[in-house]
Design a protein around this ligand. Sequence first.
Ligand code: EPZ
Length: 419
Amino acid sequence: MQTITVKGGRALSGEVIIHGAKNSALPLLAAAFLVPGTSEIHNCPRLSDVQASMAILRHLGCRVVRQEDVVTVDASAPAACTIPDTLMREMRSSIVFLGAIIARCGEATMSYPGGCELGPRPIDLHLTALRRLGVTVEECHGQICCRAENGLHGADITLAFPSVGATENVLLAACTARGTTILRHAAREPEIQDLCDYLNACGAHICGDADGVLVIEGVECLHGCAHAVIPDRIEAATYLAAAAATGGHLVLRRGCALHTSPVFPALEESGCVIRTCEDGRTTEIRAPERLHRLGTVRTMPYPGFPTDAAAPLLAAACVADGTSVFVESIFENRYKYVDELARMGAHIRVDGRVAVVEGVSRLQGASVACTDLRGGAALIVAALAAHGKTTVTELKHLDRGYEEITACLQAVGADIQRE
Ligand code: EPZ
């Protein structure tokens, strides 16, 4: 079993290159299955979730090749319309393939994506929307069997919640449907815009407005294209949290300051100074010797504070001077990692979706285990701030969403090793 060892207490200083966004690369790879041709996905991060998506595409009959940061997908000859249980279990967000497979093959079968560390992960919003587009859905023995006997047709759909995944599935199913689809109360995360940009570059006709209404005019057929994945705003927020927790000074390159900016107010409230450059790709953070409290952080759909960034910032709040409050409004149970932080001396009280963090002057190194992807990032941030040695295990969670995190942190002065 691999372990990360951190000797904390050192202020980080230097530059970090931000990689392509995991939560954009995954739907983009699913979308490539829609295209009877070849797509090049540039700036594609090296992550286990991306590997899983590539495996699904190969299972579906695609030729998939990675050269450096470019993943080329040739979906000219689909050979299956199912996703095997093993691959579904490996990555629950494989549900985003549903819309693409139905659109391309007329049917799709996959197992129910199991719950995960964040609580149950229902897909009712996905299925309700797909039914409006002409899909019949049968659920039996844990399998979802979908068919579009008469093909897919446009519809006027309003999501009960701006679900990112449901928005993506509607986009993938609607862009080659007969007629026009209006999707209201759609998610407005930057990854949605990135998916629309890719699909439009492939010949789709999608436009959106600032109120979360997407209009998709179905087209006959799509063609391949080359597209670069947007930077990972959650990876960027994680490195900002690491700088904040260690009293450091970091410059993030090749990011997108606008997409990361929803976390700036909490960091500035805690005493960090954040500057962004006119090109919008560079963010600089200078943290105080000791953070003040972060105030109340309430996670919301974009452009609110992102739920995925709460864990790393909560870890920084553990060493702030004062009490910070985190309110998780997106997922049911996003605090599994808190017990691991408590082993390092953090003072956190969790009541349902609310976590009250009483900052301590210092955390102590300890042996901890990742419980989920962003909880694992929180443990790394806490270990960087802690005095003494921390060992982190269950790294498979971390490898889903952070490319080369050990090397990136070593490059900015952290005493961190992976063996
Ligand atoms: C995406 O998950 C991201 N994953 C998540 O990032 C992110 O936290 C989430 O969006 C919110 O921004 C990917 O993009 C691969 P949702 P998704 O559908 O699509 C409920 C990370 O750490 N819901 O917007 O699954 C759901 O239970 C991951 O990178 C329904 O009730 O998120 C949740 O409480 C974690 N019914 C809320 O909506 C549905 O049919 C948000 O879910 C669908 C969702």
